[in-house]
Design a protein. Structure first.
Length: 207
């Protein structure tokens, strides 16, 4: 009983500082829906997109991303309102996988998908290409921190999950930074081959 009383008191003390909503909130900004789209781009100040110092953190969610060809879902950053998507990045990448036949399960670091001071598009999935069957898709999240800073590099963290063409489940973990002190004001998503056949990406600001 004493443990329960202590926990209850701890909750009372925590809530005394304010409600959970007082600690921060998530604000919906923009949704882009793919339809055989070569790219999906969020550019600050364009079509209702906010990607500036309004928020210190931005969250992108990926829902039912389906490719037109077997490949990998990728992103890159821009410091010139989308004229170029070529921010230099350094990142890490590892995943866990498991196939439907239960014959293989791995935890693997992917040197082929990490970047070392590279302007290439960052992959958000790896291990095997995305599947094309009607029920196969990609989903996940990407956090971008303080993109408008002109002092610090631009950190990002992503996690994704997808069905591969070989009937594997891949659970990927990606983290890195844009090696620039210029403000990042746009981000672009695309397949490394083919189009984004369907799916949507939502952008939120985190207060």
């Amino acid at each position: 009983m004493s443990i329960v009383k202590l926990n209850n008191q701890g909750v009372k003390n925590a809530t005394a500082f304010g409600s959970i909503t007082g600690l921060g909130s998530m604000t919906f900004i923009k949704k882009l829906t793919a339809s055989s789209s070569a790219t999906l781009s969020f550019v600050d100040g364009s079509n209702g997109v906010v990607l500036d110092d309004t928020y210190k953190e931005y969250l992108f969610t990926f829902n039912n991303i389906h490719p037109s060809a077997q490949g990998f879902f990728t992103f890159n950053l821009s410091t010139d309102s989308g004229s170029n998507y070529n921010v230099t990045k350094t990142s890490t990448f590892f995943y866990a996988d498991h196939n439907e036949s239960d014959s293989e399960a791995l935890l693997t670091y992917r040197t082929g998908e990490d970047l070392a001071n590279s302007t290439a598009f960052q992959s958000l999935c790896s291990g095997d290409t995305m599947g094309l069957e009607n029920d196969e898709n990609f989903a996940g999240t990407l956090h971008l921190f303080n993109p408008s800073s002109t002092t610090f590099s631009k950190h990002f963290i992503a996690r994704s999950i997808f069905n591969s063409q070989a009937n594997f489940l891949f659970d990927s973990y990606i983290a890195g930074y844009g090696n620039t002190t210029s403000a990042v004001d746009a981000i672009q998503f695309k397949m490394d081959t083919g189009n984004i056949d369907a799916g949507d990406i939502c952008l939120y600001g985190i207060a």
